[in-house]
Design a protein around this ligand. Structure first.
Ligand code: NAD
Length: 295
């Protein structure tokens, strides 16, 4: 296939690499210079999102936030200006499910199709080609693009219609934030009570409280490795989508709201670009204790 890829940051760069490794023709654009490793593999650099859309049958977008996707698609020299009937746009960024439906309607009006396909699994999963991919869109288009998704991910699910992939991703981010908070509270409690947090984590990994987050983020909390990974500002963006959506649905997400506040404590300490496991630092401030500190 002729594939276009827009947004070559932490996630987009390795994902685009898998597409070209899979034998597809690749055209790319990023608003900062695209990584040289993609050019070395044979990717062609374009000077705008429009040029990508003109030269590809399937256009993949992987940028930070809802306004960024809107700009890529509909700003001057955007994807919409370069599309012709029959092409497919796949947005793999994590953005608003509501805006997704609006974007999809405008793309469909051009005779094209639109799928939302946000991912979970982080930079590690992007590099390994083992992402979980949550898709919203028509079954026919899903079948057409599935071979491309197979190059980037392992657990690939058509959740439902347009927007449902993004809704699943918001649900994912609620679980991740609340679990980081739970792991942080537990390890901080154990540490302040005088137990070795590394041994506690090891003991819990075999039992009912075990989780990928206890494994990966728990280790980060103990080893104090807070370089991202997944940045707090991106997780705050996702929890905003959850909280705004919940307000429209007239429902409460009380613990999502408190996790958002804990992330804001980190932001106030200059931590917007820390890894999201650093939420534990907000808990440590309140406990006047640090995991691993002798008390
Ligand atoms: P990033 O900030 O590292 O990369 C985004 C890239 O998009 C940058 O290179 C930027 O220059 C480019 N970009 C932004 N606006 C653009 C525009 N108008 N035109 C062209 N290029 C533009 O972000 P990331 O970590 O790769 O995350 C991308 C998306 O994936 C986000 O929605 C994020 O929430 C989601 N996500 C990230 C992770 C992770 O662990 N980093 C995990 C799962 C999902």
């Amino acid at each position: 296939m002729k594939v276009g890829f827009i947004g070559l940051g932490t996630m987009g760069r390795p994902m685009a690499g898998h597409i070209i490794d899979g034998g597809h023709q690749l055209v790319v654009f990023d608003k900062v210079a695209p990584p040289s490793e993609l050019a070395a593999k044979g990717a062609t650099s374009c000077s705008s999102s429009r040029e990508v859309a003109e030269n590809a049958d399937v256009v993949i977008v992987m940028v930070p936030n809802t306004p960024d996707v809107e700009a890529v698609l509909f700003a001057e020299n955007g994807v919409a200006e370069g599309l012709s009937a029959g092409k497919i746009v796949i947005d793999m960024s994590s953005i608003s499910p509501i805006a997704t439906k609006e974007f999809a309607a405008k793309i469909v009006a051009l005779g094209c199709d639109y799928l939302d396909a946000p991912v979970s699994g982080g930079e590690i999963g992007a590099k390994a080609g083992s992402l979980s991919i949550m898709v919203g869109g028509s079954p026919g288009s899903f079948d057409r693009i599935k071979p491309l998704l197979d190059l980037m991910g392992k657990n690939i699910t058509l959740v439902g219609g347009v927007g449902d992939g993004q809704t699943a991703k918001v649900a994912n981010q609620i679980i991740v934030a609340l679990t980081i908070e739970a792991v942080g509270e537990a390890l901080l409690f154990a540490s302040k009570a005088g137990a070795d947090p590394a041994r506690v984590r090891e003991a819990l990994m075999g039992g009912f409280a075990s989780s990928r987050i206890l494994e990966v983020h728990g280790e980060r909390m103990i080893k104090r490795t807070f370089d991202p990974g997944f940045r707090i500002d991106l997780h705050q963006k996702d929890l905003n989508l959850a909280l705004e959506g919940a307000r429209q649905l007239k429902m409460a997400l009380p613990n999502t709201a408190s996790c958002q506040q804990l992330f804001s404590v980190c932001a106030a300490q200059g931590g917007s670009t820390w890894d999201h496991s650093a939420m534990v630092r907000a808990l440590e401030l309140m406990a006047n204790a640090e995991i691993g500190q002798k008390h």
